[in-house]
Design a protein around this ligand. Structure first.
Ligand SMILES: Nc1ncnc2c1ncn2[C@@H]1O[C@H](COP(=O)(O)OP(=O)(O)OP(=O)(O)O)[C@@H](O)[C@H]1O
Ligand SMILES: [Mg+2]
Length: 262
C-alpha cells in the first residue's frame, strides 16, 4: 500500500462512494471512449455526473468530444484555477467535464504532495455529483494507483487480445494485492459477440481465481461496433450520434449498475 493511500481521511471515505475509475493494463482498449459513454449514459439516467480526465500525459476526452474548455487540469496544476473553476459543461451530453491537457506533463511526475492535493480537491468536487467517472492512463503507475485507491469501483477494461488479457490480469493483481479497490469489475470491450466476450472474461476470471483467489465480476461486454469510430471521427458522443447502436446499448446496460450511489 502506498503512503498516500494509507493516509485515507473521512473525506476519502465519502468520495469512495461515488468515484468510478476506468483502468486497464494495456493502452488503446477503449478506456476514454467508455468513460465518455458511461458518463453520458449516467447523465441520461438523470444522474449529476462529472467526467474527469485523469490521463494527463495523453489526455483526450476533449479531443474525442471536440470541446476546447477554457480551463483544464493543466490550469489547476499551474495554479491558475481551482478544480471547481476548471469544470466545463458538456451540454450535448448533460454532464460536466474536467479536461486534461496533453503534454502538460504526466501525473506520474507530480510530487507526492501535489498528487495528494489533487486527490483531495477531486474528492471535494465529487461531493457535488452523483457520480464521477475517472478516465485513467494505461498501466499501473503511481498516480493511477493513488486514484484507483480512492474509487468506489474500478472497471478494468480488456479486449480479447492476449496482451490485453495478461496486462489486465497484472493490473488486477497489483490492485488486489495492494487492496486499492474492493470492487474490481471487468469490462470486455470490442468483443465480436457476446459469446466471444464471455470467453475473454472466462480466461481472465480463471487466472484471477487460480493465482489471486479472486473472482472479479463481469460489469459488461461491449461489442465491437463501427459506430464508435464514426462518432469519434465526428467528435460527438456515441449516445448522441448513434443512440441505438449495439455499443451504446451495451454501455447503457453497464450504467444501470450505477444508477443509485449508496
Ligand atoms: N466498442 C468499440 N467498437 C469499435 N471500436 C472501438 C470500441 N471501443 C473503442 N474503440 C476504438 O478504440 C480506439 C481507442 O479507444 P480509446 O482512446 O478510448 O482507448 P484508451 O484505452 O483510452 O487508450 P489509451 O490507453 O491510449 O488512453 C478508439 O479510437 C476507437 O476507435
Ligand atoms: Mg485514453
Amino acid at each position: 500500500m502506498t503512503a498516500l493511500s494509507a493516509a485515507a481521511s473521512p473525506l476519502d471515505a465519502a468520495a469512495k462512494r461515488n468515484i468510478i475509475a476506468v483502468a486497464s493494463g494495456k493502452g488503446g482498449v477503449g478506456k476514454t471512449w467508455l468513460s465518455i459513454t458511461l458518463a453520458h449514459a449516467l447523465a441520461k439516467a438523470g444522474r449529476r455526473t462529472l467526467l474527469f480526465d485523469g490521463d494527463l500525459g495523453l489526455a483526450n476526452v476533449d479531443v474525442q468530444l471536440g470541446v476546447t474548455p477554457r480551463r483544464d487540469l493543466g490550469s489547476v496544476l499551474a495554479g491558475q484555477a481551482t478544480m471547481a473553476q476548471a469544470v466545463a459543461r458538456y451540454a450535448d451530453g448533460g454532464f460536466d467535464i474536467l479536461a486534461g491537457r496533453s503534454g502538460s506533463g504526466s501525473l506520474a511526475s507530480l510530487p507526492a504532495a501535489r498528487l495528494a492535493g489533487l486527490r483531495s480537491d477531486l474528492h471535494l468536487l465529487a461531493q457535488d455529483y452523483d457520480w464521477v467517472v475517472l478516465d485513467l492512463g494505461a498501466g499501473i503507475e503511481r498516480a493511477v494507483r493513488v486514484l484507483v485507491g480512492h474509487s468506489r469501483t474500478c472497471l478494468v477494461v480488456a479486449t480479447d487480445e492476449p496482451t490485453s488479457i495478461t496486462d489486465a490480469y497484472a493490473f488486477i493483481k497489483v490492485t488486489a494485492l495492494d487492496r486499492l479497490s474492493e470492487d474490481i469489475r471487468i469490462v470486455v470491450n470490442m468483443a465480436s459477440g457476446t459469446r466471444d466476450g464471455e470467453r475473454t472474461y472466462g480466461t481472465l476470471r480463471k487466472a484471477c481465481r487460480e493465482f489471486l483467489k479472486l473472482e472479479p465480476p463481469l460489469a459488461g461486454i461491449v461489442r465491437r461496433d463501427d459506430h464508435v469510430k464514426d462518432s469519434i471521427r465526428r467528435q460527438t458522443s456515441l449516445l448522441t450520434r448513434h443512440p441505438n447502436s449495439e455499443a451504446a446499448l451495451d454501455v447503457e446496460a453497464i450504467a444501470k449498475q450505477f444508477a443509485e450511489p449508496s
